[in-house]
Design a protein around this ligand. Structure first.
Ligand code: ZN
Length: 518
């Protein structure tokens, strides 16, 4: 067999593994959308079986044998003598597959099993604990999970902090040491900006968004916006779920969900746009690379940059609503017919410190993330004990947002991430916001009259630009390389901060801070 047919056999093996994973993903999608409640236990076992099969197939001796035809196992690099036979994409494919393989190999399968069981148990307990506002019942499970995650970090290995290998699973290459100064810079400007907003005499009336809005019409409007964004329904679906999410089984079958509350217009609207951004990314991956890292998203941070770009940079912008507000008024003439554009625009951009992350506005959102990052870092590094979590949470909320929850359900129990063992996940939301601003600035620079085109309801030029510059590459570049390639700059909080300062000083009628770029 020559080198290209070896590569083909690797690809077909990876494709088989993806079939198993995607079947598991379909079962999960069904669980969140249409599965009858009684099916939960059996479903968890079905998914676990498929995932174990996929894992075992992936870490098998056969995969290792195929990979070692190109990869020098001692260095993890492509062997010098075969490099010339491989194009850039094949090299990246091999390198990234090796990365996944060596990570997966580091975890003993007995450990993976134990972790999976504990996570599934902890999630069930968390759901109950949240219902009953009962942190104490969740505490022993959280303690076990934390110990397991520290064990995982040791298996994976680290130089500085045990937090790093956990973060790396969601944002390859990122470290706590890199995030700390980045977040400190954010805090330095976000907190005073929030203060200025709070001191402003402008008080947008959010009441106009909490009138009763017919749920059917809300869904229809969300669907229409998704279509305008270029989300392809012949390769996707929109369904309802408690928590909106996006899932993909192939670039030709990418599904998004939303939720509809009669008295909360922004909820359905912005979750459609947000998930639509995720969905466009998955639809923009190239089917010819299916099964390989070349048809997988780079990182959660980059994924989130796509959703936040659409949700905030576009979906909460003036040009966007120039086109869509008259349509929204036509859809809801009784509720919005008399409401002025400026009042609507101010309401959807209202800034207000709140207790719940998923309801947070653009300005305060990252403060919620910093609270979580500092806490999980301290937990993993052993500087904070789980029993002290509620107090630590409330102190940090006071410190960052000036408010404290009265009940843990609005505090430490609100997010499911830790119950799933997802420590190191939260920072990717903040990174997504930063990447989104950098990428959108570049799109404004590259696409002539982008804002004018958005104001006419034409969103496809932006989708196509994102596909060409980001989506199609899969994991060919790391997030660091990709962002540098697209924007010419390294990750920075500056574009995001300037954007917020520009936007909210205008909305709230104060002069922007002097540090701001023209
Ligand atoms: Zn998202």
């Amino acid at each position: 067999m020559n080198s290209s047919s070896f590569l083909d056999s690797l690809k077909s093996k990876l494709t088989e593994i993806h079939h198993l994973r995607d079947a598991a993903a379909l079962l999960s999608w069904d669980q969140e959308t249409y599965m009858p409640a009684g099916g939960g236990q059996a479903r968890a076992e079905q998914i676990a079986t498929l995932q174990t099969l996929a894992h075992d197939k992936f870490v098998s001796a056969e995969t290792e044998e195929l990979l070692s035809l190109w990869i020098d196992k001692s260095t993890g690099q492509i062997q010098a003598h075969v490099q010339s036979e491989l194009d850039d994409t094949s090299q990246a494919l091999l390198q990234e597959t090796w990365r996944d393989f060596s990570q997966a190999k580091k975890l003993p399968s007995s450990f993976v099993n134990r972790l999976q069981r504990e996570c599934s148990l902890a999630q069930q307990v968390w759901t109950e604990a949240r219902k009953n506002n009962d942190f104490k019942s969740f505490l022993p499970h959280l303690r076990t999970l934390l110990a397991l995650k520290i064990e995982e970090a040791k298996y994976l290995g680290f130089v500085d902090s045990p937090y790093d290998p956990l973060l790396d699973r969601y944002e390859p290459g990122a470290t706590a040491a890199q995030l700390k100064p980045l977040f400190a810079k954010l805090r330095e400007r976000l907190v005073p900006l929030l203060q200025q907003v709070m001191n402003s005499s402008h008080k947008p009336d959010e009441g106009l968004l909490t009138q009763p809005f017919e749920t059917e019409k809300q869904l229809e409007f969300g669907r229409m916006v998704l279509e305008k964004m270029g989300y392809q329904f012949e390769r996707g679906r929109l369904d309802l779920s408690t928590h909106p999410f996006t899932t993909s089984f192939h670039p030709t079958d990418v599904r998004v969900t939303t939720r509809v509350h009669e008295k909360d217009l922004p909820s359905c609207l912005f979750s459609c746009i947000h998930e639509g951004g995720h969905g466009l990314y998955e639809q923009g991956l190239l089917p010819k690379y299916y099964g390989t890292p070349m048809a997988e998203p780079v990182s959660l941070g980059i994924h989130e940059s796509q959703s936040r770009l659409w949700e905030n940079c576009v979906g909460r912008s003036h040009p966007f609503w120039q086109h869509f507000y008259p349509l929204l008024q036509q859809t809801f003439p009784n509720q919005l017919g008399e409401v002025l554009f400026d009042d609507f625009f101010a309401a959807i951009n209202k800034v207000k410190p709140s207790l719940v992350r998923v309801e947070a506005d653009e300005l305060t959102y990252n403060l919620h993330i910093m609270v979580r990052f500092e806490i999980e870092l301290a937990l993993i590094e052993g500087q904070l004990q789980v029993e002290d979590l509620p107090t630590a949470w409330n102190d940090k909320m006071k410190d960052y947002l000036g408010i404290t929850p009265n009940r843990d359900v609005e505090g430490v129990l609100q997010d499911m991430h830790w119950s799933m063992g997802a420590f190191g996940y939260f920072p990717t939301y903040a990174l997504g916001n930063l990447y989104a601003s950098m990428i959108y600035d570049q799109a404004l620079h590259d696409i002539p009259a982008l804002e004018e085109s958005i104001a006419q309801g034409s969103l496809l030029p932006l989708r196509d630009w994102l596909k060409e510059n980001i989506h199609q590459y899969g994991r060919q570049f790391t997030s660091k390389e990709l962002v540098h390639r697209v924007t010419g700059h390294s990750l920075s909080s500056e574009p995001f901060l300037s954007y917020l300062e520009r936007k909210f000083s205008k909305l709230y009628g104060f002069s922007p801070p002097p540090s701001m770029n023209p």
